[in-house]
Design a protein around this ligand. Sequence first.
Ligand code: MTE
Length: 320
Amino acid sequence: MSKKFADSGRIAPSDITPHRQYLSRRTLLAGGIGLVAAQGLAGVTRRASAQSAGALAFTHNAAFSVTEQPNTYTDITTYNNYYEFGTDKSDPSENAQNFHTRPWNVTIGGEAELTGTFNLEDILKPHPLEERVYRLRCVEAWSMVIPWIGFPLGDLLKRFKPTSKAKFVEFKTLYDPKQMPGQRARVLEWPYVEGLRMDEAMHPLALMAVGLYGKVLPNQNGAPLRLIVPWKYGFKGIKSIVSIKFTERAPRTTWAGSAANEYGFFANVNPEVDHPRWSQATERHIGANAFGPRRPTLPFNGYAAQVAGLYSGMDLRKYY
Ligand code: MTE
């Protein structure tokens, strides 16, 4: 495990707080009165730190967070899509436990001045971590609210000085059938590939996540490094990234490449464009009220004010 993760001096409130109370405590800390409360808890946090492996140091970004109660840690880490570890929702949490996320390298390639293979610690080092509570809307018409820990994707990309030819960014997941049993079957084209247009990738909402609920990402959620694009369907959030490439043309992405009529390259959450086999107008919220009323799906998953401008003039029925 990286030193940065293991030795982080500050302890996340989630480590000393049942997850249910996490949200209210965090709001307090973010609100300013938190300083005194946090100092008062210092002794407790220090004692708790021995048991809280993988705690991360971060600040909460309230401006970029939804105010809804996050799903429980159990929901978020046992109901997963990660086909490299199986296609049932419970498969990733069962099959990814021994997945090795260290040492980990990320190759940066394509249209950039700085390219090469970097170890994960060097990739992460300059980036202060923040917490952002985002709604994840899966293309399967369910959603969850997840307190991610990460840093803006754009800050990472800028470091490699993309050239003027860089119009898109392509991401790839590790290909390692020995460790990833799902890759021994042809359920999808391996490795999993995703991509963004450059302006989407540079949007401040696009996040590189390394943790959730104040701790290092569990393997089933895409450790050690995964993408989160909150205004797009969850499948854009590629997990366990080993390659980032700047390209002139739109990359062939796994889902759009294998079923172009069902999954578009853009994959913006859009209640008006149905999947050919089901409606996208509403969603089921995973968690305590999973069988409660379905919720209406919001354009761009609720982030229209921030991101709709990226697509002005585009026919979003054609570019779904
Ligand atoms: N990344 C890889 N490499 N493989 C996958 O199967 N599934 C995607 C996305 N990233 C997937 C992936 C889908 S469909 C969703 S909804 C999200 O991961 C789920 O993320 P979560 O399990 O952390 O909630």
